[in-house]
Write a protein that binds this ligand. Structure first.
Ligand code: FMN
Length: 635
């Protein structure tokens, strides 16, 4: 096949924000505050892979748009916004609305079935009825949110039905095109997809006309069909509020409100196979390596400002004790003083089973792991009660539960394998599996942070996992298994003696080298430990605080620190558990726990109790007056 030279787009042609570099989520290194946008080479060879019957190209390829035309296309995509605020009542001229609808009508569609219809609504009465329906759904949604989120949601506007002169209902007719619509025979959802493409066309054309569009999906779809008197066989794809606006914000309104963050393009482009992330022209990068490379120490300037501010706050210097240290850490981590208040927050509960269960290290049957996962998802566990109290979201991740778990809202199915192998007879997992589980943790951190969470909490569930925790802690602290193996759920002396011997035997079998943290994890760790390592590294790379729960989180933090020492910049020890290994781990990490109540439950419970303390210290930085501002005399 003939090679074909295509001029590469020049970086300065486009707005760098549109290129969605990795810094969209603020992952830039301190020493790269103002990176030069790398200039793409003028001409780039694009190789065409050998295909069975590659056609010989002759003559020039169809021309691209010229630079100005291309920029206009990219500009409208970049500057299209979902608008809810600042609509004007000015009428929309018919010819303008016609151009917008014509653009929608040129959308691609499955088998050219053109399944859409557009119902243009202007009547104040119909709009009021629709607004009423949306308001009810808004209330139902608000009730379903964790408190930390609900507070944020209260401030958000989610529709502008009454403020816009025109509303457009876009429907899809799944029967249009006949029984044999080309391309729809295996995928009936292609009809609504096609109608959604018409919505995007409409949205872009509206932007070009200076018209704002706000998509409202706070509806029960069937209720809406009835309320609008639509034929029953139609599906409602979109309810759009359209009108002239005061301005188009630069960023999504949800981003401006701190509800979400933009995910960088580099997170979502994979070369050849899923997981080999690479932008065109780049070598595929390793998720773990990339994450570690982005972890930085606390920012010295923000740290200094935090200490200064603590001194100026209307209280004796040092009177908030340990909390002053945490507030300085939050400042150094976020590079802001005062630091963002870590709310909303989410606890990620990683669940996995353990082959070492076969050695009789606990009286609890292995099935309890899956049963407790169901309990977390049903809202009946202690972690749910604590999360409810402190307003955090509970996110459950199956990273290695022995049984198949039914798909349930709130459960992330990320199983690496149905439980580890018995560490007393061989490695618990392969190195590759350990890395995959770490990557699950990194991706969980990315997802939770991009969804707007400003603090992450570790949680775990895995019958027999304190055996793996003890082994990891013994290896990384160099402490004898007898000193770091504990009673876990409350085992008797005989079982404790057996458990200690199991840990000793596993370590003797593998002789894990603490300088090879992934090797240690693979030999004696658990899938949930590995995933927590990833959560810590991911949180640190995104400069988001991670509150550690108990002994298993302590074990994971030791592994994470061995991979990237600066990970500790993001770590806050939530509590000290009753497990002896936890003290050894915290001492080695140099972390002082915030709560010390003899808890030994796991599930993130200790971290959840510590969350309000961490939030309080950040809030104090924002709200407490300084001596000068309050006119209070200093000592
Ligand atoms: C399918 C779909 C449904 C949406 N539903 C709503 C909605 O009910 N309320 C709302 O305020 N925004 C809604 N939006 C708008 C999104 O919040 C918005 O597209 C997103 O925050 C990105 O912002 P941008 O469109 O300005 O880039 C919806 C968007 C899409 C694509």
């Amino acid at each position: 096949a003939q090679q074909h030279a295509v001029p590469a787009p020049r970086a300065e042609d486009g707005d760098p924000r549109f290129a969605q570099q990795a810094d969209d989520l603020d992952t830039r290194a301190a020493d790269q505050e103002d990176p030069e946008v790398p200039e793409a080479p003028e001409v780039q060879e694009v190789s065409t892979a050998p295909v069975a019957e590659a056609r010989q190209s002759t003559g020039p390829a169809a021309p691209a748009y010229d630079d100005a035309e291309r920029e206009a296309v990219l500009k409208v995509m970049r500057e299209r916004r979902d608008i809810r605020n600042g609509f004007r009542s000015d009428p929309i001229p018919h010819e303008v609305l016609l151009r917008v609808l014509e653009a929608a009508h040129t959308a691609p569609s499955v088998g050219h079935s053109q399944p859409w219809d557009f119902v243009v609504i202007r009547s104040a009465e119909t709009r009021a009825a629709m607004q009423d329906l949306a308001q009810r759904q808004r209330e139902a949604y608000a009730k379903s949110l964790p408190k930390g989120r609900a507070k944020q949601f209260k401030e958000l506007k989610i529709e502008a039905i009454l403020e816009t002169p025109v509303n457009i209902v876009v429907t899809a007719d799944p029967t249009r095109g006949g029984r044999h619509t080309l391309g729809r025979h295996t995928q009936p959802q292609m009809a609504p997809y096609s109608a959604a493409l018409a919505v995007e066309n409409l949205w872009l054309a509206a932007r070009a006309e200076g018209l704002g569009v706000g998509w409202v999906s706070f509806f029960d779809e069937r209720e809406m069909v009835r309320a609008l008197g639509l034929p029953d066989h139609l599906e409602v794809i979109a309810y759009l509020c359209v009108g002239y606006v005061d301005e188009f914000p630069d960023e999504p309104e949800l981003m401006q409100a701190g509800w979400s963050k933009r995910r960088p393009l580099s997170w979502v482009v994979h070369e050849e196979t899923y997981g080999r992330r690479a932008l065109p022209g780049e070598e595929p990068h390793d998720l773990l390596g990339e994450t570690v490379a982005q972890i930085r120490p606390l920012d010295a300037k923000a740290l200094g400002e935090a200490w200064e501010r603590q001194k100026r706050m209307t209280k004796p210097a040092g009177a908030l004790g340990m909390l002053e240290i945490i507030s300085a850490q939050l400042s150094g981590l976020s590079r802001q003083c005062p630091p963002p208040i870590p709310e909303p927050a989410a606890v990620a509960i990683f669940a996995g089973d353990h082959g070492v269960h076969a050695q009789g290290v606990t009286p609890w049957p292995q099935e309890v792991t899956a049963q407790m996962v169901a309990n977390f998802l049903g809202g009946g566990a202690v972690c749910n009660a604590f999360a409810g109290q402190v307003g955090a979201e509970v996110c459950v991740v199956d990273v290695g539960v022995a049984s198949e778990l039914p798909a349930t809202p709130g459960l992330l199915p990320r199983k690496i394998r149905a439980g580890t192998s018995d560490m007393t007879t061989g490695p618990a997992m392969t190195r590759e599996e350990a890395k995959q589980a770490i990557e699950v943790g990194i991706e969980t951190a990315r997802d939770l942070v991009a969804a707007g969470n400003k603090a992450l909490l570790t949680g775990e569930m895995g019958i027999a996992n304190t055996t793996a925790s003890a082994a990891l802690i013994s290896v990384f602290t160099g402490t004898d298994p007898a000193e770091v193996t504990g009673r876990g759920t409350g085992i008797n002396d005989e079982t404790l003696a057996r458990k200690t011997e199991v840990v000793r035997r596993a370590i003797e079998l593998h002789r894990p080298d603490p300088a090879d943290p992934i090797g240690v994890l693979a030999a004696v760790g658990g899938f949930e430990h590995a995933a927590m390592v990833g959560l810590l590294l991911g949180g640190a790379s995104l400069r988001t605080p991670v509150i550690l729960d108990g002994v298993s989180a302590g074990a994971a933090a030791l592994v994470a620190r061995a991979i990237a020492p600066e990970v500790l910049a993001a770590c806050i020890a939530g509590h000290r558990s009753a497990e002896p290994g936890h003290v050894a781990a915290l001492n080695k990490l140099g972390l002082r726990p915030l709560v010390d109540l003899d808890l030994r439950l796991g599930e993130g419970t200790g971290a959840l109790l510590a969350l309000p303390l961490v939030q309080s210290t950040a809030r104090a930085m924002h709200e407490v007056a300084t001596f000068d501002s309050a006119g209070v005399t200093e000592k």
